[in-house]
Design a protein around this ligand. Structure first.
Ligand SMILES: Cc1ncc(C[n+]2csc(CCOP(=O)(O)OP(=O)(O)O)c2C)c(N)n1
Ligand SMILES: [Mg+2]
Length: 603
């Protein structure tokens, strides 16, 4: 073979690389600086370009795609606005440690501003690298064609190793068009993985078991890190052997099924009362793969787990280091991958005898019974969002994938959705960008081979990526999109009630927000629709929605006055959530000293 026959266009090389790392769908929007990549992708049979209507949605679809498979996702935008539009989606992948390769087109090298000091030279030239430096694990511009293999390999490696996360490569237009000699490219050789992951780990596990033996009120906290380490089965196994009550962060709610006798529930500012009473009265907390943000601990952090020895296992040293800085020093900080930790712990548990903990278990059972997430239905015809989340769980398949947006919907779901083993709950947990769920559900659905998925979005959130109804229709994807329609930003209205006298500025129609007729809107996109207006309609309409084989948009009317309860108000410890319980009842639930705030008269 002579040299010329071996030449390959650089953009074809990029497309081939993406296919070789297992990516089957790339979310891409065309533009002067991305068009060669788009055409190279379109020529392949093993990878399909999907074209959303906003780069933000492209980024979120790639994120949902990666979450659903546990592998890499990819989104591509053109230079300038195409690149900057990706940013919110990149941030979501960064904060939740999701491995996505982002590629941006860039102006040709000979049009770059270089060190001239001007803002822009080439048309749509933008320095995207500096903008995403703080929300990517690695970002680089390919400046020479010889570097393309090296940079792609390096970026993909970094995205998936250690604590995963997004990476971005910026590829100038003139390089994309060039013919390259693949055999002559330089390659990336990752440093060999360290063999002794943590020499102290066995020693640390012995100490954890010593603490466990002495504990009277222990709990385990599981987090999203368990998923990232692909250790959900292992975690359930280990929990069974250990026998401690289990709490989950939102990211791990789907790891322990509702029927599991060890499950207490979620905790934190939007957690359930049983979960918060358990964690705030525990004397030992072992947290694995949960970074414990202020959403989980409340503020100040020292108001969290006041009576407990706290052991945290995290792959990221910075996450372990933060506790001391926020006034909550840990009893033990163990830097380890969740899977490695659980594997070693499992070995040690062969001689472990599950403690009875009868009194502690009885207390937790009592909290769960007295404070159920779904309250008695009020005597109205309206849809109760809590009861709706339970009905939804029962209507969907045992292995449904659910993508939920921010606002009250996610809080209602996390409090009241009784997860079955095999069901998955996806959310933009830490960036919580409005508009994430629909594009993420599209990405997830494609990743799972066009398997039906559920998408739940508030009316306000959907408005931020509404244009993706067209993508749904174009690919006829079986996404059941439930719009939890309360004609406003319910979640923010609740905050306005707590702090700003209940004036709904910018959060209701009267406060300046306009909303469409969602049924008419979805129909204009050519999508089948349904609407649920009263609670009597729920069972039948849900059955119909889950019988549909293609996309369906269901407008669920929920009263504007529905709120997230319980919810800890800023300044209160998480166990003392709104609506505040009568003090006598509250104190009877506390084994640990209540905070001074909780002793003040009720407001
Ligand atoms: C991009 C973005 N902007 C603003 C916010 C702040 N925010 C959080 S929830 C919310 C309201 C969401 O409204 P909707 O989707 O209708 O949900 P609801 O609370 O009404 O159930 C807002 C404005 C956000 N999370 N993301
Ligand atoms: Mg709303």
């Amino acid at each position: 073979m002579n040299q010329t026959t071996n030449l390959k266009k650089l953009s074809d090389y990029v497309a081939e690389f993406l296919a070789n790392v297992g990516i089957r769908h790339v979310f891409i929007i065309s533009g002067g600086a991305s068009i060669h990549l788009l055409h190279s992708l379109a020529r392949r049979t093993d990878i399909q370009p999907i074209c959303p209507h906003h780069e933000q949605a492209a980024a979120m679809s790639a994120d949902g795609y990666a979450r659903a498979t546990g592998g890499l996702g990819c989104a591509i935008g053109t230079s300038g606005p195409g690149a900057t539009n990706l940013i919110t989606g990149i941030a979501g992948a960064w904060f939740d440690s999701v491995p996505v390769i982002f590629i941006t087109g860039q102006v040709a090298t000979y049009r770059m501003r270089g060190d001239t000091g001007v803002r822009q030279m080439g048309f749509q030239e933008t320095d995207i690298l500096s903008m995403v430096a703080s929300i990517t694990k690695y970002s680089a511009q390919i400046r020479k064609t010889e570097d393309v293999a090296f940079e792609l390999e390096k970026a993909a490696h970094i995205a998936v190793t250690g604590r995963p996360g997004p990476v971005l490569l910026d590829i100038p237009d003139d390089l994309q068009r060039q013919m390259i000699e693949p055999d002559s490219l330089r390659h990336f050789a990752p440093a060999p993985a360290p063999t002794a992951v943590n020499a102290r780990l066995d020693f640390d596990i012995d100490k954890v078991l010593e603490l466990a033996r002495d504990a009277e009120r222990p709990v385990v906290v599981l987090g999203w890190g368990i998923r990232l380490a692909n250790a959900d089965h292992l975690a359930r196994d280990v929990m069974l052997s250990l026998g401690f009550p289990v709490l989950t962060s939102w990211g791990a709610k789907d790891i322990i099924e509702e029927a599991n006798p060890l499950l207490v529930g979620t905790f934190g500012t939007h957690g359930v009362r049983a979960g918060n009473f358990a964690i705030q009265n525990a004397d030992l907390i072992i947290a694995v793969g949960a970074r414990l943000s202020t959403h989980e601990t409340g503020t100040p952090m020292k108001s969290w787990a006041r009576g407990a020895k706290v052991v945290v296992v995290d792959i990221d040293a910075a996450e372990l280091g933060k506790f001391e800085k926020f006034g909550k020093p840990l009893t033990m900080a163990i830097q380890a991958d969740a899977r490695v930790f659980l594997c070693r712990l499992k070995d040690r548990l062969s001689t472990w005898r599950r403690p009875a903990l009868n009194e502690w278990r009885a207390r937790i059972a009592d909290w769960r019974a007295r404070y159920p997430a779904v309250r008695l239905a009020p005597p109205t015809r309206n849809v109760d969002p809590y009861a709706f989340m339970t009905a939804l769980a029962n209507a969907m398949s045992h292995n449904e994938n659910v993508f939920v947006d921010t606002g009250a919907s996610v809080a209602w779901l996390m409090q009241a959705f009784p997860t079955k083993l095999g069901q998955r709950l996806f959310h933009d947990f830490n960036n919580t960008a409005m508009g994430w769920a629909l594009p993420a559900a599209i990405g997830g659905c494609l990743a799972l081979g066009a398997r039906p998925v559920t998408c739940i979005s508030g009316d306000g959130s959907l408005m931020m990526n509404l244009q993706e109804l067209a993508t749904l229709q174009r690919h006829n994807l079986p996404v059941r999109l439930f719009i939890i329609n309360n004609q406003g930003y319910g979640m923010v209205q609740q905050t306005q009630e707590q702090w700003l006298g209940g004036e709904y500025v910018g959060t209701s129609y009267e406060g300046g927000l306009g909303f469409p007729n969602f049924v008419a809107l979805a129909e204009s996109f050519g999508l089948p629709t349904m609407s649920i207006e009263t609670k009597d309609q729920v069972p039948e309409k849900l059955r119909a929605a889950y019988r549909a084989s293609g996309p369906v948009v269901i407008d669920v009317k929920v009263p504007r006055t529905e709120r997230v309860t319980p919810q800890a108000r800023f300044g209160y410890p998480i166990e003392d959530a709104d609506p505040l319980l009568p003090r006598e009842e509250f104190f009877s639930n506390m084994l640990v000293q209540p905070e001074p705030k909780s002793r003040e008269p009720l407001v």
